[in-house]
Design a binder for this molecule. Structure first.
Ligand code: ATP
Length: 319
């Protein structure tokens, strides 16, 4: 293999740049030519492909977002779109591709593999919802952004003696809610993976109130539904002064944490290593702090599992 390319696709995540840097630098280390594909699969179809040099990935390891930009492409979902993408790769003599993104992006990579392009997936999403890996690139940064925001909200919650309902991202996964809720000592954490009992949540709030607690924080994962509706129910039933905050896209941005930079560097380098070994159709991941890889098909057949032991622990500690 002489020429490889890298693209970022789906939602952006802090640490994607560190992964791009790792792919390029590891490629150079092995004397490969490395190309950057801009705007994900959409840019691939349109031939937005440029040769990268060592300098093109300088000064990006600490930056959020992705210098390659990202996109969602409906055209790439069609056989015609995929044929155009393959044609572009062949035109540039690219034999191997590293796709940094979520499960949808990996499904896209599988289509290219069917056309004889070697491809490796690198899990990059703040949601931590990709099966087969303990962590995805961007998750740790998002959790840290959330706890930073909650710490600030806590100040005003205490001063005004209010109950705050905070909605966090995560799509259908409760990981961001769970980790940030545990890290911030939230009274209750509502995630899609676990049944919640409103009576119990109310009881917990009232118990805290009786023993003189000045404020309460409840974290709601977006996958559960609207935090506003949830807040209205709490207000109706307790009569407590309640406010709802939807954190939104601030959770996607910001400088990646050391954990995400290191994870992205390890995963990006491993992806190149696998291509050099002639492998394809695999995603890289981390399990028990070891870098691993597994078949994309196998990974996508599994369902991401939230750590329910953490959920129980959070509930015990917030008694
Ligand atoms: P995130 O989890 O952050 O949203 P993702 O990678 O899952 O990331 P998607 O929008 O699902 O995001 O996928 C990104 C792109 O991958 C899509 O816009 C599409 O171009 C391509 N893609 C997704 N699924 C398929 C598929 N089944 N076949 C071909 N291409 C696909």
């Amino acid at each position: 293999m002489k020429r490889i390319a890298v693209l970022t696709s789906g939602g952006d995540a802090p640490g994607m740049n560190a992964a791009v840097r790792a792919v390029v630098r590891k490629g150079f280390y092995h004397e490969l030519e490395v190309f950057g594909i801009y705007h994900g699969y959409s840019g691939l179809i349109n031939g937005e492909i440029e040769k990268l040099d060592l300098g093109s990935v300088g000064d990006i390891i600490h930056r959020g977002g992705t210098i390659l930009y990202t996109a969602r492409s409906d055209e790439f979902r069609t056989p015609e779109g995929q044929a155009k993408a393959v044609e572009q790769l062949q035109k540039h003599g690219i034999e191997g591709l590293v796709v940094i993104g979520g499960d949808g992006s990996f499904r896209g990579a599988q289509k290219l593999i069917q056309h004889g392009i070697a491809a490796i997936g690198v899990p990059g999403t703040i949601d931590n919802d990709i099966p087969g890996t303990d962590f995805t690139i961007g998750f740790d940064t998002a959790v840290n952004t959330v706890i930073d925001a909650i710490d600030k909200i806590r100040d005003t919650a205490t001063s005004h003696e209010r109950t705050y309902i905070i909605e966090v991202m995560g799509r259908n996964a409760g990981d961001i809610a769970l980790w940030s809720g545990l890290a911030d000592g939230a009274e209750s954490i509502i995630i899609p993976e676990a049944y919640y009992n409103m009576d119990e949540i109310i009881e917990r709030l009232e118990r805290g109130h009786k023993r003189g607690k000045k404020h309460s924080i409840i974290i709601v994962a977006e996958g559960v539904g609207s935090a506003v509706e949830f807040g209205n129910k709490i207000k109706e039933r307790t009569g407590f002064e309640t406010r709802v905050t939807v954190l939104g896209h601030i959770q996607r941005g910001g400088s990646p944490t050391a954990f995400d930079r290191v994870l992205a560097s390890r995963l990006g380098a491993e992806a190149v290593e696998l291509l050099l070994k002639g492998q394809s159709g695999r995603m890289v991941g981390i399990r028990y702090n070891q870098i691993i890889s597994l078949d994309i098909d196998e990974a996508l057949m599994q369902k991401h599992q939230v750590d329910l032991a953490l959920y129980q622990l959070a509930s015990i500690l917030a008694i």
